[in-house]
Every structure is written in C-alpha cells, then in structure tokens.
Design a protein around this ligand. Structure first.
Ligand code: GDP
Ligand code: CA
Length: 346
C-alpha cells in the first residue's frame, strides 16, 4: 500500500487527448489508492500535452488535447463523449449554422466557448499558451489536485498537424487539410497519404517541459496516438533528446490492442507513416533507448503476448497485461504495471 517513503516523487507524461486523459485519471487514482508501487498521493504529475491539434475557428483558439486533459482531471468532462464539457448546450452552434457560417461541421459547445474566449483574449493580450494553460488550470486542476498536477503545452509556438488526402480534382491529386477537418469532417474515413506537422521544426519546447522530463523519476508515454499525439510532442526539437537523455526510466503503454486500435485513428495515422498496426510495431517504432529510441519498457495487451519476444530482441523490456481503460481501477492497474516494468522494488 501507499508508502510514505515515496520513490516516485515526479512523473512526467507526454499526452494526447482522450487516451492520455483517461490514462492520467487512472494513474492519479492509482497513486492515491496506493496501487502504484513507490508512488503516493504526493507524487507530482506533470503532463506535457500535444498542441498540434490546435486550431483557430470562429475567431477562437481551440486546444482540444489540453482541454480534454484539463476537463478530465478537473472533473468537468463529458465522460461518455470523452471530450468537451459535461451538461453542454449547443445554442451558439445552432445560431452560427443559422448564419451559414463555416465550418458547420465543427461544433463548439456553449460552456466550452467560455474557455476558448478566455484563452483567445489572453493570447491576444500577449500571454503565452503556457500562461493561459496555467490560468485555466487554476479553475480546473488546483481545486481537485492542489499543486500535485501540472499541465504544460508541448510548445508555446504554433504547430499544426495537417493531413494529405487524395483529391482527384486537384492537379497534384492531393489536398492538404487541417487535422481537425480530417478527423471531424471526414471522420478519418479516407486514407491519410501523409502527415505534415507545420511549424514543428521552428518550435521550441514550452517553459518547464525539458526540466520536467530531465528531473522526473519516471517518464510515461500513455496509450495516446503514436503519430499525431506522442509523435508530435517528441518531434518538437529538444524533446526527443530530453527523453533519450533523462536518467528516469521511460515506459510506454500500447494504444493498439489486438489487430486494431481501440478508438480514434491510430490505425490510419500509423499506416500513413508506414508502421504496421500492432502493439509490437508501435513499440519498435518508438524504439529502445539503448538503440537510439525513447523506450526502456513497453506494455502490450494480454492478447498481444506473442509480440513480447520481438520486443525483447529489440532491447525493450516488455510485458503483457490487460490494457483496456474500462474504469479507473483497471487503468490504475495498467499504470501500476507500467511502473513495475521499469522500476525495481526498492
Ligand atoms: P486523442 O488526442 O483524443 O486522439 O487521444 P490520444 O492521442 O491521447 O489517444 C487516442 C488513442 O488512445 C486511440 O487512438 C487509441 O488507440 C487509444 N486508446 C483509447 N482507449 C484505449 C484503451 O482503453 N486502451 C488502450 N490501450 N488504448 C486506448
Ligand atoms: Ca488529439
């Protein structure tokens, strides 16, 4: 049970939206209920969130992954949907539709709009995205978690994932659209021919990100999208190197279970970068730290136990456990297994 001599003082998690947020919820539950060996209710958790899904719509800056993590950990999330505010209403969307204002396929809820208004006004007043995140988290995270949970954007710079899709009407045969259009309007139902992360090369990690990775006792890659969530975070110059260099063990949990992903679009994104859709292939794609990659350990689902030998040969310590985030207890058990995979009991 929860030990007072916590060996896990600081955990840093590189997170996308829904998958990452659900994992974090379970991790915090596990730390507080004592099922995570070496951790305690005082363990500090720093979340470095993907911001490459962000975009401007109806004059507002929308940060889907930051907000999904913030609302989930702040108990404001619509649990069924996995994103957006609970008890949401949609009057503004209906009014915008009545004006015929595009894009009509991207709905913003009324409660959620308040968050985007605060963020947009602060950005326009000259605050950075990190400062905005801190201000918004004062409402959502501080009351629930005190100072134990911090949410940092991966970068304060504008970085945007775009997706190339086939378009027979275009001279090149392709059209490049914002990630949100691919996901929300096209529902990821057409093949992604390429993923382009605009602005990434010029971006710098947000304040505190490299320190959070370097000073952590454990770094976790949750079951988030390996291409457009964790991949875009690691792609910010300096972040991959920090993960490779940290003295903390680095452990990941597979977002792929069995022959497919669980929800979302991991399969489409992996296919677009030529990685097979399997837990073992995603682990190999991240790679062993001992071989130029970012992982020391990789958890796969029980049904993917046949992939352990290959991972072991690739230099990644791997284990197979149930990886379905069906509730906080199940997810806490996943977090506990991830910790014990890479941290030997004292
Ligand atoms: P997004 O930004 O909202 O797409 O969320 P993330 O990138 O954080 O996570 C999305 C990924 O989480 C999906 O593509 C799934 O592969 C994965 N995922 C969702 N639910 C589960 C689950 O219960 N178990 C596992 N192992 N992965 C999951
Ligand atoms: Ca996302």
């Amino acid at each position: 049970m929860s030990s007072s001599a916590s060996t896990l003082r600081r955990i840093t998690v590189l997170s996308g939206g829904v998958g990452g947020a659900r994992f974090l919820q379970g991790l915090l539950h596990g730390l507080r209920s004592g099922v995570v060996a070496g951790g305690s209710a005082d363990t500090e958790v720093t979340v470095v969130a993907n911001t490459a899904d962000d975009w401007w719509v109806h004059g507002l800056k929308v940060c889907p992954d930051l907000d999904t993590v913030m609302y989930t950990l702040g108990d404001g999330i619509d649990v069924e949907r996995g994103w957006g505010r609970r008890d949401e209403t949609w009057s503004a969307r209906t009014e915008l539709e009545a004006y015929g204002v595009e894009p009509t396929w991207f709905g913003l809820g009324d409660r959620d709009i308040a968050t985007h208004l605060v963020r947009t006004q602060m950005l326009e007043a000259g605050y950075t995205l990190s400062q905005v995140a801190e201000a918004l988290c004062r409402r959502w995270l501080t009351p629930v978690h005190g100072a134990t949970v911090r949410l940092l954007p991966m970068s304060d710079d504008r970085v945007e994932t775009h997706v190339a899709v086939a378009d027979p009407d275009s001279p090149s045969g392709r059209r490049v659209i914002h990630f949100q259009e691919y996901w929300v309007r096209l529902r990821a139902a057409v093949a992604a021919e390429a993923v382009l992360v605009v602005g990434q090369e010029a971006a710098t990690p947000a304040p505190g990100v490299l320190e959070a990775i370097g000073e952590a006792d454990l770094v976790v890659l949750p079951p988030s999208n390996p291409v457009v969530s964790v991949g875009t975070i690691l792609g910010v110059p300096g972040i991959r190197d920090a993960v490779r260099a940290t003295s903390a063990p680095v452990v990941g949990l597979s977002p792929i279970v069995g022959p497919s992903h669980v929800h979302g679009m991991a399969a489409q994104m992996l296919t677009s970068i030529g990685v097979e859709v399997s837990a073992g292939a995603v682990g190999a794609h991240y790679g062993a730290r001992s071989a130029g990659g970012v992982l020391d350990g990789w958890l796969v689902d029980e049904r993917d136990a046949d992939q352990l030998t290959g991972l072991d040969q690739a230099g990644i310590r791997a284990a197979a456990v149930p990886l379905m985030m069906s509730g906080d207890d199940a997810t806490a058990a996943m977090a506990a297994a991830a910790v014990s995979l890479v941290i030997d009991p004292a």
